[in-house]
Design a protein around this ligand. Sequence first.
Ligand code: NAD
Length: 488
Amino acid sequence: MAEHTDGDEIADLLATTPTGGFLGGKWVEDGDRFTVDDPSTGLPLVDVVDNPPERFLEALDIADRTRESLAATTTHQRAEVLRRTYELIVRDSERLATLCTLEMGKPLAESRAEVAYAADFFRWFAGEALRVDGGYRPNPSGTGRILTLQRPVGPCLLITPWNFPIAMGARKIAPALAAGCPSIVKPSELTPLTMLALAALMEEAGAPAGSLSVLPTLDAAATTGPIIADRRLRKLSFTGSTAVGKQLIAQSAEQVLRVSMELGGSAPFVVFDDADLDAAVEGAMAAKMRNGGEACTSANRFLVHESVAEEFTARLTERMAGLSVGRGLDEGVEVGPLIDERAQVRLRDAVADVAAAGAEVNTGGAPLDRPGWFFAPTVVSGIPASHPFGDDELFGPVAPIRTFTDDEQAIAMANDTPYGLIAYAYTRDLERALRVCDRLESGMVGINRGVISNAAAPFGGVKHSGVGREGGFAGIHEYLETTYVGLP
Ligand code: NAD
């Protein structure tokens, strides 16, 4: 298979990518360093500064000092920085996409799509910055008037995961700046490079001094704990696992912090008996294999009507078995590696366990015998009803198929989970689709579509999948407080 990018190009890219901390507008290079690895080889890429707890407190000092001046900038000024950032991301999209693939492993085409998605949040919130409004109306009793104002919440801590190294940060940084809030970003220790490159672009775009810090660290709890406990921090926005999200909600209680939580999911993908099977298989591939299955929105449980289950399983198995797995930078690759060895072992053991319980592994089922953390695209069917396979996020290229007999059972199975991020349903019956939408306990629903993420739409979950919405008209309100002014 042809290599898309040669070694010299990669060395140049890494040599010109910032590896320090971005502290309120200046780069800091001193201190210990940690290694960022390439998941497609398991080998080190580059060393990044391990920013210590004191530096996070310094970032909070800066954010607190900047709070008022940033809130006082005009929305035109902030919209200009956001718009310019959008343009710079587009200008550097190939460089950013390559970095994203290097540190996270996904195929280059998917990294390009992620970079475009990230850029879109800057474009969208450049518009939304201008549209923050208030309200004015008479008190219904006639005894006065009600004025409402929207004001920036204040310094924000933004914690992001490794699976979308740039988009998950963009989805928070852009609305925070649009609202007039200074941000401290803690990217995942597994993928800090793309976020550091974004910080450099925001610096170039003229982000106001003090409005942004990006601080990679190996010790997330020790560095973020003290600033979460500090009353100058006013907002925590987190994207990551439900387990860590719950801990952070508990920690946030001390200062009664505003929180946004974008947590894990266990998306059901329901195929009704009247579904267009061509479209359903296509949608299943997108919903399962986008990001190699390492997405909170990944279809985690295929629920298929018994009358079409055999055909759906055969067609999905054929498509999954035909995927080209390899290094994300190589041409033609459709599936990259998992993020690390832990993820590979977890998936291997989960598939072995369900197979031992009597399930059929239709294709795949094991790590690939090569360096890097690769796992064969896998389909599992005939899962015993009581087996918990797919109850929690599989977070990899593994598709479990279960069957149902009627709509009631399908809805009950889809909702039988503590999670509620996204659900997918395939049917040609509009009324059935609407009925099902009404009853799915999910923040988002895809009808006859396998991918629905969009900067202009509200993204978020219910139940253990989180609190709050990112993107759309709702996204900026996560960073605004309402003040009510009583008037005579
Ligand atoms: P994770 O919870 O392990 O880590 C997420 C971030 O939190 C990382 O930056 C990590 O360093 C940090 N962190 C870990 N422990 C912490 C602590 N005690 N205090 C403060 N910060 C801490 O998640 P991950 O493995 O990086 O990401 C995968 C998870 O993210 C999956 O569960 C996935 O579903 C979820 N996710 C959700 C969405 C969404 O929008 N709902 C989007 C992408 C990923």
